[in-house]
Design a protein around this ligand. Structure first.
Ligand SMILES: CC(C)(COP(=O)(O)OP(=O)(O)OC[C@H]1O[C@@H](n2cnc3c(N)ncnc32)[C@H](O)[C@@H]1OP(=O)(O)O)[C@@H](O)C(=O)NCCC(=O)NCCS
Length: 160
């Protein structure tokens, strides 16, 4: 399977709106929606975020099929926050998140000149924690609900 990423486009909303309304996908993320997301609100959201110069918001494609979203947000002073979801659950567990993450981390370090990328993950989200550890993220802070992790630019360019 060939995994690529590209900047989000307005028309992606027609696919991503279906994922927004799947509680399993957003169970452990920062966004737990307790109302139905309409196509109008998804279009409004996508128009807003793709015009934000401090965000790099991408679609994940598996063999050309749009399957999820991956972002670097709050890009500022060499730092950014990373987020991911694979919205189409039939694509979970196939290594797609790992490949897409390597692409965006590489872009962040080499094209955006980031020094540090941060994320936060809920403690019970074991598949995400496993993914982040395998990418080289290290735990820097925890509380009852969240684990905060980071990965630093490595001049050798090595990532696991
Ligand atoms: C978390 C998520 C992004 C993982 O995506 P994925 O494409 O299934 O992950 P991958 O197939 O690339 O797997 C990456 C690693 O995690 C492991 N993994 C995947 N699913 C796992 C699971 N259910 N339990 C344990 N490990 C798991 C894989 O074995 C792989 O490890 P490896 O490199 O050592 O072999 C996906 O499940 C998802 O979108 N979940 C809902 C949204 C979400 O929680 N996002 C994160 C918010 S912080």
């Amino acid at each position: 399977m060939i995994v690529t990423i590209r900047p989000l486009e307005e028309n992606d909303a027609y696919t991503s709106v279906k994922w927004r309304n799947d509680p399993e996908v957003f169970k452990y993320t920062g966004n737990t929606y307790n109302h139905v997301i309409t196509i109008d609100s998804e279009l409004e959201w996508i128009r807003k975020v793709i015009n934000n110069p401090n965000d790099y918001r991408c679609a994940i494609l598996a063999d050309g099929v749009y399957v999820g979203n991956i972002y670097l947000t709050d890009i500022n002073d060499g730092n950014a926050n990373y987020h991911i979801f694979i919205g189409d659950k039939s694509y979970w567990g196939k290594g797609i998140a790992k490949s897409a993450s390597k692409l965006i981390i590489d872009y962040g370090f080499n094209e955006l000149d980031l020094k540090c990328i941060y994320l936060r993950v809920k403690r019970p989200n074991s598949s995400a924690i496993h993914l982040y550890q395998s990418l080289g993220f290290q735990e820097i802070q925890t509380d009852e609900e969240w684990i905060k992790m980071m990965i630093e630019y490595n001049a050798n360019g090595s990532m696991n």
